[in-house]
Design a protein around this ligand. Structure first.
Ligand SMILES: [Zn+2]
Length: 356
């Protein structure tokens, strides 16, 4: 091992930290039960304490190149500010990068968590054989990340890849972003629970009503288990999930013509319940997909991208790294970042002269 980096996944519920070497080997992982709802300073203390512990553990075996942090929110990459993060109370416009660099005396790179997950799957996961890929992360919300020519596509102001807020129903459910009918309102775990409550209220889901009465914590996972047992109301909910995903993906495929689109996040575990409706919609709505889908090429994608059949195929696949995609992608950030700029160089960069 020549060098390693620390990846941090600052999730909506807790904090995970890993040391990863330059070949992608996960050296060690700390899953803290530090709840992010306990506030910014508490989270920063926990993060820095655990980063120090991991760095000390491996410092004798290689050079530490820096820390990458996946943050569930909008990041200003020039200033290192966390602009907006609905799940992180107290982080609004907070100069997180400067504060963490001050505490740890090492390079810190902040990245949107869905972008970090996409980079993880590109580096070590199902998309490792491709230069271009797109990932949708289905969790409490729906995140998106685009990797083009091996690099995260940030767009003009770092806000690119908000695939969860593309419209799949013009008259649909109101979304927190202000729009109606966003993908997130149909393909997140939150959406599955809402659709279950609606089905129960309409009197269409007696079994689900009983299950929910028995267990107030009844979640998207429980609804998926009911779908697996062929409960019609639960199956319908996952058909809606698949339909919404299919509409969004068909649009993306028509626009981007990428070789691979990866579905990840906790909801990806319900793949067999939503994938048939999703693929059906994509087939119907995207002529680009219809012209470039060649049966089951996912297995080939794992092993051999030079395969001729694969080179001309659009692949829709589940993530390979499970919950670790964001953590591994975050660790990758300092490994591939441009060299560190001094303070004055950073000023030039923010004036558009250089690039960080
Ligand atoms: Zn939205």
């Amino acid at each position: 091992m020549n060098s390693f980096a620390i990846g941090v996944d600052l999730g909506g519920t807790n904090l995970r930290i890993a040391a990863v070497d330059s070949s992608g080997k996960l050296l060690d992982k700390i899953s803290t039960d530090a709840e992010v709802t306990r506030g910014r300073d508490y989270v920063l203390d926990e993060m820095c304490k655990n980063v120090r512990a991991l760095a000390a553990k491996f410092e004798s075996r290689g050079r530490m190149v820096g820390i990458g942090i996946g943050v569930p929110g909008i990041i200003d990459r020039q200033t290192g500010l966390v602009h907006e993060s609905p799940n992180l109370p107290g982080w609004h416009d907070y100069p997180a990068r400067a504060e963490i660099e001050r505490r740890l005396h090492t390079r810190v790179i902040l990245e949107n968590d869905a972008n970090a997950a996409a980079l993880g799957e590109k580096w070590l996961g199902i998309a490792s054989q491709f230069d271009d890929m797109c990932m949708l992360t289905l969790g409490t919300g729906v995140g998106g990340g685009l990797v083009l020519q091996g690099k995260i596509w940030h767009g003009m102001t770092g806000m690119a890849g908000e695939l969860g807020h593309t419209t799949v129903d013009p008259n649909g459910v109101k979304c927190g972003c202000g729009n109606h009918g966003c993908l997130e309102q149909y393909a997140s775990a939150t959406a599955v629970k809402r659709m279950a409550a609606e089905a129960i209220a309409r009197g269409e889901a007696p079994e689900m009503a009983r299950a929910m009465n028995r267990d107030p914590e009844f979640s998207a996972k429980g609804i998926y288990q009911m779908a697996s047992q062929c409960d019609e109301a639960a199956l319908n909910i996952f058909r809606s999930v698949g339909q919404a995903l299919g509409i969004a993906l068909a649009n993306m495929i028509n626009v981007l013509n990428l070789p691979i689109y990866v579905i990840g996040g906790g909801m990806a575990n319900a793949w067999d319940a939503f994938a048939p409706a999703m693929l059906d919609q994509i087939q119907k709505r995207s002529f680009v997909y219809a012209a470039t889908s060649h049966g089951d090429v996912v297995e080939i994608a794992r092993t051999n991208a030079s395969n001729a059949q694969l080179r001309q195929s659009t692949i829709i696949a589940r993530e390979l790294l499970g919950g670790d995609a964001g953590l591994l992608g975050a660790a990758r950030l300092p490994m591939i970042a441009a060299p560190v700029l001094s303070g004055s160089e950073r000023k030039h960069a923010s004036a558009g002269i250089g690039e960080r």
